[in-house]
Design a protein around this ligand. Structure first.
Ligand SMILES: [Zn+2]
Length: 231
């Protein structure tokens, strides 16, 4: 039976070879999602271990954050961009889960995020979920939750306004664009909680600041911020 399973598996890999999410090369049998080379060359930011890092500085003077970290540096045409692009636009949710796991291991190393009790992925507007079918941040959150062994809280933080894409806006417009975008469906799930707010890419921090303000006004306790990549 096992041999038959092995045979079928090999056969299906012949037809649909597993490819590395970073470089597109074929994966070896013992490799999952990302090849050994891409894994070793991830542009780690090191921010999980250090306070006053570049991601934390984005929030200074805007919202009170206990700790923030981006897992990787985002470089154009890099494996990080390739990974995030496939996660966001090509239904490769397993890439998000894998990135979430790696990020979580990194967060655990110095204990700066040890107080986190729940993960809240930044929600998409329902119209975008309908279009894309999933929220890429949910996949990242699942990977993190499986390592940190804490729950994901979905459906409480709501994106009530569909914003235009941020990519062509300047810094000021980005913050303006994000004002009153989020609301809460209820407050009991977040009251007094230490929350990790999670996004895929951190650029100006406008989205996360806006979401953090809503949570704080509703009585959350400590707020932590995490992103897979810092642009
Ligand atoms: Zn690779």
């Amino acid at each position: 039976m096992f041999l038959l399973f092995q045979y079928l598996q090999n056969f299906s890999e012949l037809l649909y070879p597993k490819l590395c999410g970073g470089c597109g090369n074929h994966l070896y049998e013992n490799e999952e999602v990302v090849c050994v080379y891409c894994r070793a060359s991830l542009p780690l930011s090191g921010e999980c271990d250090f306070e006053n890092n570049a991601s934390e500085k984005l929030f200074w003077g805007k919202v009170s954050i206990t700790a923030a970290a981006s897992f990787l540096f985002f470089q154009k045409k890099s494996s990080t961009q390739h990974l995030l692009h496939q996660l966001k636009y090509q239904q490769k949710e397993n890439i998000g889960e894998w990135l979430g796991e790696q990020f979580a291991y990194s967060l655990q190393s110095k204990g700066r995020f040890a107080a986190v009790e729940i993960i809240i992925p930044i929600p998409l507007h329902p119209s975008r979920i309908k279009f894309r079918g999933y929220n890429q941040c949910d996949a990242i959150a699942r990977g993190m939750a499986s390592v940190l062994l804490i729950p994901i809280v979905n459906g409480v933080l709501i994106r009530s306004v569909a914003t235009q894409s941020q990519t062509k806006k300047n810094r000021f417009q980005r913050f303006e664009n994000m004002e009153s975008v989020f609301s809460l469906a209820q407050t009991s799930a977040i009251k007094g909680k230490n929350i990790l707010l999670l996004d895929d890419v951190l650029t100006t921090g406008a989205t996360l600041v806006s979401a953090a303000q809503v949570l704080q006004q509703a009585g959350s306790n400590k707020l932590f911020v995490g992103a897979i990549a810092k642009a």
